[in-house]
Design a protein around this ligand. Structure first.
Ligand SMILES: [Zn+2]
Length: 291
């Protein structure tokens, strides 16, 4: 009965969806005895696509992000369009990371730039293509539907999904990599996001740098030394160090093949173990002992 009711309400948009969320909380509470934090998980489950076992109800914040992302896509793909030239004239740049650090940008643009991390991990810039390619559609063109689909359920359609589970690595390492690529590892940044206690600074470089997945597995001076040593140890060509972890894996994979999967998995796992050893056992090893 509730499924029919929910499906019926999908005919309406936005304002009604707020009511629908309240209905789901009520449903979780009255029918299933789910309250508090668990009711939020219940709503997330309701918003999963039906093929993933959810009810396929529109998730408002993801829908909103998908619509905002279109404006970032226009900045990258249509630099001569009115929107892009206006931004260029007002703030002197169309570079998204540069705009994100500009304190003078309008509140509207700030809201749009909140989606930048997802956006930057969703585009591929190829030397052979004049414009960026959207990673989540076969055509490489942005669509709000594809963005929404990934935002609601990133594991379903991501291009790394199949490659990852076929990788030759222990299951726990594959799950670790899956969490890494979804940015679900409990790094200090993610602990702080969840209002959990976290130490200051990255434990590997001892710098006052917030420990994010990107920092720990790509940007950290310690990690770079580990990768340099790994390159020599495994006789690898020069590795590509792009701006995100997905591209780091896939771009080097394009050069090295599935051999890279094993090396990437082993080194990333080692870095994570070393990080945990430093935090939880107060034991630190230098990079040359890890490779
Ligand atoms: Zn570091």
């Amino acid at each position: 009965m509730h499924t029919l009711f929910c499906n019926f309400l999908q005919l309406f948009s936005f304002g009604v969806m707020q009511f629908l969320k309240a209905y789901c909380v009520l449903l979780a509470s009255r029918c299933f005895g789910i309250r508090g934090h668990n009711s939020a998980s219940f709503i997330v489950h309701c918003c999963l696509p039906k093929r993933a076992g959810g009810l396929g109800i529109l998730e408002l914040s993801a829908q909103n992000q998908a619509l905002l992302l279109r404006w970032l896509w226009k900045l990258k793909s249509e630099p001569d369009a009115t929107w892009s030239t206006t931004v260029q004239n007002l703030y002197g740049s169309l570079d998204i990371p540069t705009l994100a650090t500009n304190s003078l940008v309008s509140h509207g643009l700030k809201d749009i730039l909140l989606c930048k991390e997802f956006f930057l991990t969703s585009i591929d810039s190829l030397a052979t293509a004049p414009l960026p390619l959207w990673r989540w559609t076969p055509s490489g063109q942005y669509s709000a539907a594809s963005a929404y689909s990934i935002l609601v359920d990133p594991g379903l359609r991501s291009p790394f999904h199949t490659k990852l589970w076929k990788m030759r690595a222990p299951p726990r390492v594959k799950i670790f990599l899956w969490l890494l690529l979804l940015d679900r590892l409990l790094t200090q940044k993610n602990l702080i996001t969840r209002n959990w206690p976290a130490n200051d600074g990255c434990p590997c470089c001892s710098g006052q740098v917030l420990e994010t997945s990107l920092h720990l597995f790509l940007e950290c001076a310690f990690t770079k030394t580990v990768w340099d040593l790994s390159q020599q140890r495994f006789n690898l060509p020069i590795l590509h160090f792009p701006l995100d972890l997905h591209t780091f894996w896939l771009q080097n994979r394009a050069t090295l093949g599935t051999k890279w999967d094993t090396i990437w998995a082993a080194v990333s796992w080692t870095i994570w173990k070393e990080r945990n050893s430093r935090i939880f056992s107060d034991k630190a090893r230098p990079p040359y002992l890890l490779v």
